[in-house]
Design a protein around this ligand. Sequence first.
Ligand code: VGL
Ligand code: ZN
Length: 203
Amino acid sequence: MRQPAPHPEGIDYDERTALVVVDVQNDFADPNGNLYVDGGEDVVQAANREIDRARKAGALVVYTQDWHPPTTPHFEKDGGVWPTHCVQDTWGAQFHPDLVVEGPVVRKGVDGGDGYSGFAVRDPESGAESATELEQILRDRGTAHVVVVGLAQDVCVQATVLDARRLGFDTTVVSDATRAVNLAPGDDDKAYRAMQEAGARIS
Ligand code: VGL
Ligand code: ZN
C-alpha cells in the first residue's frame, strides 16, 4: 500500500484523511485521573494541534471515548486488569476540558465489553467481537488515510491502529501526540513494533 511521503510540517491532511482522537479523557490525561498515563496532559495540546491542522484541511475529526458501566470484567475489582476508570457519566470519563471536541464521538465499552479498539468491542465472556460505528463513519466520508493520536499508545491507540490496518486504511500514528501506560516496561516499544509490522507509519 502506498505510504505518503514524510512531510516537514507534519501530516498532510486532506478530505480523504480522518483524524481519530483516542480516549483523551480525564482518567487518562489528568494527573488526578484513575488510570493516569504519564505525560497524558501533554497529549492534549499535541492532539489539539493535529485537530486544528485536520480541520483547516477539511479532514474529518472523530473522537473515541472509553465509556464503561460501574461493574465490568474490564476492571480489576471485577476480575480484569485495570483500575476502575472512565465510568459512564463521571468526571473521569469526560474529555479533558482543554481538548477541542468538534466531530462525531464513538463510545466503546458501553455494554461491559473491553472496547480497546475504536473500531470494535469484545464481549469479555464470549470473546466475540462486534463493530462500533467508527468504520462506517470513515467509509461514508470516503476515508483512505487514518491518523491516530491519543491515549494510551500501548493499549487503545495500538488496538485502533491495528484494526485500521486490518480494514485497509493507510494509517499513521503521531508519536508526540500519544503516551503509553507501560503496565510492563517496554510495552511502548513493543506496541510501536507491532504497529509498524502491520504497515502503519510512525510520524
Ligand atoms: C485504555 C486501558 C483500559 C485506553 C482503556 O484507552 O488505552 N487503556 N481501557
Ligand atoms: Zn477501559
